[in-house]
Design a protein around this ligand. Sequence first.
Ligand code: NAD
Length: 436
Amino acid sequence: MRIAVVGTGYVGLVTGTCFAESGNTVTCIDIDTGKVNKLTNGEITIYEPGLEKLFLRNLRENRLKFTTELADGVKDSLLVLLALPTPPGGDGSADLSAILKVADDLGKIINDYKVIIDKSTVPVGTAEKVHTAIGANCKTEFDVVSNPEFLREGFAVEDFMKPDRVIVGTSSQKARKIISELYAPFMRQDNRIIFMDERSAELTKYAANSFLATKITFMNEIAILCEKFGADVDLIRRGLGTDERIGKRFLFPGIGFGGSCFPKDVKALANSAKGVNYEFKILQAVMEVNEKQKLSLVPRIKKYFNDDLKGKKIAIWGLAFKPNTDDIREAPSIFIIRELIKEGSQIAAFDPEAMINTKRELGDHIELRGQYDVIKDCDALLIATEWNEFRTPDFDKMSSLMKRKVIFDGRNVYELQKMKELGFYYESIGRKTVSA
Ligand code: NAD
């Protein structure tokens, strides 16, 4: 099949590459000329495990192309996938301007049957809006399908190739058949496509992300209670997770959820609910608790240093909003760093993949160096992302490099007993503080 993917960010590049990998010819379109030039020249623009190899192979085989011209990519394609940003507007509602602009342009370009597939996360009713926007300029037959994407950054290729399920919202039998063919290579073991109407598909995506954000937030509140009651959240997590109705995943407490999806999708769903005169109270609470949780280590660090962080050297391990990605959008680390800088601390930070993006975001306000360089002479180390390489570091080296053996762990990476034995002062989330 010939496929156009409009928007070549995390979702667009992974989707385009994976569909090329299953034999389709894919043209990815983006308005960012720099990005298109890099990709055309074989330079990958995001970090995603396993993606670069597939990207280079399909580029070489001419199944994957990049352009800034919408018409070039769309004219010969049967399928046009929209992987465009839907950032929160001022009131939290999803900003659909990129999608509606492209829909408007598509109406002027399309001159034979196409299936327009919306992979972006969009509020209920967007497929109808896209249909109207295209139809305003177009007399040709076309279908608009809602096919929200569920891939996780850090596991995007794996998730795309072996999805738990594919949600497809369409009322067109013709589009349904085409989409079944498109996903057939990924459904060889069993067919996991769930067909539904467009509105339900759009809402399924928001429901999934909001549910997961709620699960994390629930555990963060249990962790707060653990600290107050002197209980251990790790034990509670195991006690809870072994109940099959609850499940083991998404029960790890920490310094809040970030990323480009959960915060924006929770806000957008709460806002959509308001639009139909319903106050989604749980989501309101999720947003409030998460805002506090992101900064919850700052007062604890301040307290440790008797309310005086001026000139204190704080090292940060982990900047990405979660491991295995270079994405720092809404990352708790960035909020924390900004607060610590306001308090007068000097920050040196390390992340295996997210330093370039952090440099772009924070400029010269912090130093970015190697994992052990940043802890040299530091007054405290803060762990903001649970990258694997932080799990078993060289503790002897850490002890000799750090000015004070003080760790604030926002991701509960270490065992309490071990930290005690090693002589660290160690504060984590929902567990007892240990010191030598
Ligand atoms: P992104 O910001 O990484 O990428 C969007 C791309 O679209 C950018 O490269 C941008 O230059 C391009 N773009 C903007 N306007 C354009 C236009 N008019 N024409 C062509 N290109 C244009 O965004 P993303 O993370 O890939 O997310 C895209 C959508 O998918 C969002 O709705 C998001 O909520 C959803 N989603 C994201 C993830 C994720 O893990 N990132 C997962 C599932 C769903």
